[in-house]
Design a protein around this ligand. Sequence first.
Ligand code: ADP
Ligand code: ZN
Ligand code: ZN
Length: 736
Amino acid sequence: MTKKNCILRVAIATPLRRLFDYLPPDSTDTSKFKPGVRVSVPFGRRKDVVGMIVSINDKSDFPQHKLKKINYAIDKQALLENKHLKFLVWASNYYHYPIGEVIFSALPAWLRKNNPIGDFRESVWSLTEKGITTDPNLIKKAPKQAQILNFIQLNKTAVNESELNSLYSRSKQSLLALEKKELIIKEFKELTDKEIKINKSSFKLNKEQKDATNTILKSIDNASTFLLDGLTGSGKTEVYMSIMEPIIKANKQCLVLLPEIGLTPQQIQRFKDRFEVDMAIQHSGLSDSERTKYWHDAKTGKAKIILGTRSAIWTPLANPGLYIIDEEHDLSYKQQDTFRYSARDMLVIRASRDKVPAILGSATPSLETLHNTQKELYKHLILPVRAGKAKPPKYQLLDVRGKKMYGPISQLLVDEISKHLQNKNQILLFLNRRGYAAHLFCHHCGWKVECERCELPYTYHKSSNRLHCHHCDSQKRNVQQCPECEEPLLLLGHGTERIEEVLAELFPKATISRIDRDTTRKKNAMNDYLEKIHSGEIDILIGTQMLAKGHHFPNVTLTGIVDADRGLFSTDFRASERLAQLFMQVSGRTGRGTKEGTVVVQTHNPEHPLFKQLIDHGYNFFSKSLLQERQHSSLPPYTYMAFLRAEAHNANDAKRFINDATMKLNSLTKKSLQLFGPIPALIEKRSGRYRYQLIIQSSNRKSLHSHLESWLDELDHVKSGKKVRWSLDIDPQDMA
Ligand code: ADP
Ligand code: ZN
Ligand code: ZN
């Protein structure tokens, strides 16, 4: 290609949904400008903006003399392979989200800026001629330098810098000083891959586990999607690991996604115990350099296992062999702001593009996934029994209407707790609400303490004696009495702090721990709790949904669902699905060891069909009836949805924009899509902004998507749009 018609199409992290055309700088060899290479470009008024070349064209929609030149290439080699770039472009098109934002949010933060990828070779230090003959004792003023020199001399060969760092604190300065004295010299050594070593599982797979493993292994060279539908504790993780074994032996990579709360050191350790290979672990607690290193290890194929939460789906892989997503129904896989992608859906797409299998694991599969198994797009594999000796838990539905209560806990549940305490077992009480009381209110005049920005009640937190708004996270000082009547306020609606207080009075000898967002803010706090649970130090655990999922507590024999009614009457059409999933997940925490487990469910609605169906027939049966309901009311997964969300300080601004947008869409589509709106979001006001939505629905996904892009282009120019913040949510997962 001659330079004249070499147009470089560059992605830049801006809200504009397009690529930008540039020319290569003068008199340069254009061969270094390849797709996947980051470049520095002038952009608007800024002179040095980081972009990435996505493609090379010989034409531009703009006259050639108007195109600007690239400043220079940042990378010598493509940072992203073409195949991966194309996947990102696909995602950007599907979600109608700006390509530049998609590409740059998929990179580690370090590489979003004009930083070099860095050198991941190992630095090693060896002696110079002078260093060999110098007596360390002569370096009297700097004892650490003397120690290090002595250590390298004793070692005879070059010493890894990382080893010196771990032996001597702050060794870097001493090393540089020794280098300056020309006693030692630094070199770089290529990192060698860890030798693959795979340990045997400590037990034999049961028949169902073996069948599932074999079925998946048979299709290892195909792009098939499997739902591994197994009760909590049925040994899904063991199945994942037995499938990973031959794939890793073949030097291929496995990407394993875990929900946010599932990526615990205990879970990571299970994989490490089994596979002694290079691993890349991606979670929010990493430093920039660790994150970049892991990203690089995945991209080069060095890391054989990539373990991470939602955003790990964007990690480039050199040699993909298997994609796994555990607890596929978990809401944390859908990003709820900016780039609103579903990591689960992207995993299935990515696996099929790479022609390798995808495994979706869950005890409570989402209706979308179940629907796909009914359509035979996914193969449905079932693990019907708990692994090892564990038995399914027994349920007790407690009708607490009119019963004696200690705050949120009924006498019947108290009796049950004492029984399990006497047997020296652990108890888990679940309530999905932090704080002490959900409402404060005046019995005389009805005055309520509300967050002005959200027009919703504040939650009272006794431990900090403050009021928290759980919607916008604002806080203020506690209010003791009604400003009008000067009467003390009533506290209604119990939270986890209240349970903790009640139980401490009832069971003064028991060790009680409350585990929620408030008590686990500090780094490692959650792990300290998990360790105490495993060592048996804690008798009663009180927790929110943080504790509900994924954890394996072999000594918990009683789970109490303190308020099973929350969410029963929500207007969100997904509420029953979520409630059933949470119910089963919470129940799944009990009886996972050798002892039998009991689940006590406190309710004021014992006749509600949800409880009866779940308890008598299980999640599978219940989800089938939910699917039928969805089909009758033409809701997802039988139809496809997108939300246009708008928020503004003035409710009318938001409504006006939704109305204008609706008109535009109707004229574009000739009314072929179903539109509902403007309707208020479930949380109508948050942080001072009113929130309205347009629901766009169609029974045909293609027809839904075909008009969205041109509609969005028009919306960018709608006048009422200037007064609101708006966004498009494809396949929305919540109405909030
Ligand atoms: P899941 O992921 O389905 O919740 P896990 O894989 O965590 O289940 O398994 C639950 C427990 O059962 C773990 O302690 C695991 O080590 C054990 N386990 C799994 N498979 C077997 C088996 N075949 N025999 C005995 N114990 C098993
Ligand atoms: Zn009052
Ligand atoms: Zn608020």
